[in-house]
Design a protein around this ligand. Structure first.
Ligand code: ZN
Length: 408
């Protein structure tokens, strides 16, 4: 396989998570009697441009099926994050009712609704039918498409160009990162700004966040890679913020390469952090594999011990990351009988691969488990306070990353 950015041959392993079904392929009861496809889940690093990327195996349309179950508005902290960002952007970039904002992967309108509220014209571009329908019902103009160079050219020809293009947690998910980046350039007005958020590779490695690896997540981005890719299409990063979302993300601000704009010292600082951490060194990559193995054996020992004692261990949250972890660790419903999730679209379905059932959170009160594993560690605080009531019967909460630990 060749690098998705620079086309060099990919020879170096970053992390090998064996085989796994697509992490968003939640199953119905009927599906359980059908065969289930498993694909290799291997991550490689390009020796030339250092882009960390999943090994190729399948067509993107197989992954983002029309019943894709992730609705951004399910998380209240994410809604707040989006609202804060919108208010800040309106000020910083002097957006008004004569501006135009485009969001790529606008999901259910969790973010753009804040622009609608402020009377700032906007367009969402979203390939998933179920989320796009909700977005439209909120009065947000939404184009049901994957953003590609062709789609961008079509929009630009019709005069649709943006003062601000937002892409939150989409950049790492596009299979063709060069084409996508070109599309951003095409859609951007001469003085426009691009804002992209993505989990920072530095945190993945530092905090062993291997469960953020799944097939739909094609690239694991460092600032170094993003700046390289931007420059290859005539864009540049002029500012960057380090965010706490998704276990540590970057929000990069980009613009056309020719724009005379001062590059913030934040850019230099984050690039230096990556160098200081030796992010791309062989030893760092090897250590990551060892740390992941340790979490696996600690957790499996715990589950077996509790099983022996007759204790009940269940999970909270059924995000994609739970599936990566559960499938890589080889856990089934004999050790974790069920997980609860607030998202209706996942309830009464089964996790891909492990076939662990997903129930409404009410099930916790009915069954009074001894331990609850919080799988979405990025929402740990929010979930911890939601589960306060479980202390009543002495239930303990557990997180698995960056290492196995009981919350007190
Ligand atoms: Zn490369």
């Amino acid at each position: 396989m060749n690098c998705r950015h620079c086309s060099s041959e990919l020879k170096k392993k970053f992390l090998d998570l064996d085989f796994s079904p697509p992490s968003n392929a939640y199953l119905t009861k009927e599906d359980l009697s059908k065969p289930e496809m498993h694909y290799p889940l291997r991550v490689l690093i390009c020796d030339e441009c250092k882009l960390v990327q999943t090994e190729d195996y399948t067509d993107k349309h197989l992954l983002f099926s029309s019943d894709y179950a992730y609705f951004s508005s399910t998380s209240t902290s994410w809604l707040k994050h989006a609202e804060t960002f919108v208010n800040k952007s309106i000020d910083r970039f002097s957006l008004s009712n004569s501006s135009f904002v485009v969001e790529v992967a606008s999901n259910d309108g969790y973010l753009l609704r804040n622009f609608v509220k402020n009377n700032i014209p906007c367009l969402g571009i979203e390939p998933t039918v179920s989320t796009a329908e909700i977005s439209k019902s909120l009065g947000i103009p939404t184009l049901l498409e994957f953003l590609s160079e062709n789609v961008a050219l079509e929009l630009a020809t019709k005069g649709t160009k943006a003062d601000l293009i937002i892409g939150n947690n989409v950049y790492a998910h596009v299979p063709n990162i060069n084409d996508f980046t070109k599309s951003l350039k095409i859609l951007l007005k001469p003085k426009g700004v691009i804002s992209l958020e993505f989990p920072h590779l530095l945190n993945l490695v530092k905090y062993s966040q291997f469960d953020t690896i799944y097939h739909e997540h094609f690239s694991y981005l460092s600032l170094r890679s993003v700046d390289t890719i931007f420059r290859s299409v005539g864009l540049k990063v002029f500012d960057v913020e380090e965010l706490e979302t998704h276990g540590g993300s970057l929000r990069v601000y980009g613009t056309h390469l020719e724009n005379d704009i001062e590059i913030s010292s934040n850019v230099k600082n984050v690039l230096q952090k990556e160098i200081d951490f030796k992010l791309f060194d062989d030893k760092t990559i090897e250590d990551l594999g060892d740390k992941v193995d340790k979490i696996k054996y600690d957790f499996l020992s715990f589950l077996l011990e509790q099983k022996g004692k007759g204790k009940k261990v269940i999970g909270y949250g059924a995000p994609a990351k739970a599936n990566t972890l559960i499938n890589f660790f080889g856990i089934k419903s004999d050790l974790v009988p069920f997980v609860c999730d607030a998202s209706k679209s996942k309830q009464n379905k089964f996790l891909p691969g492990s076939h662990i059932p997903v129930y409404h959170p009410d099930r916790i009160m009915d069954t009074k488990p001894d331990y609850i594993i919080i799988f979405p560690w990025n929402l740990q605080m929010e979930i911890e306070s939601l589960l306060q009531y479980t202390k009543e019967w002495g239930c303990k909460l557990i997180v698995l990353l960056p290492e196995f630990r009981e919350l007190t």
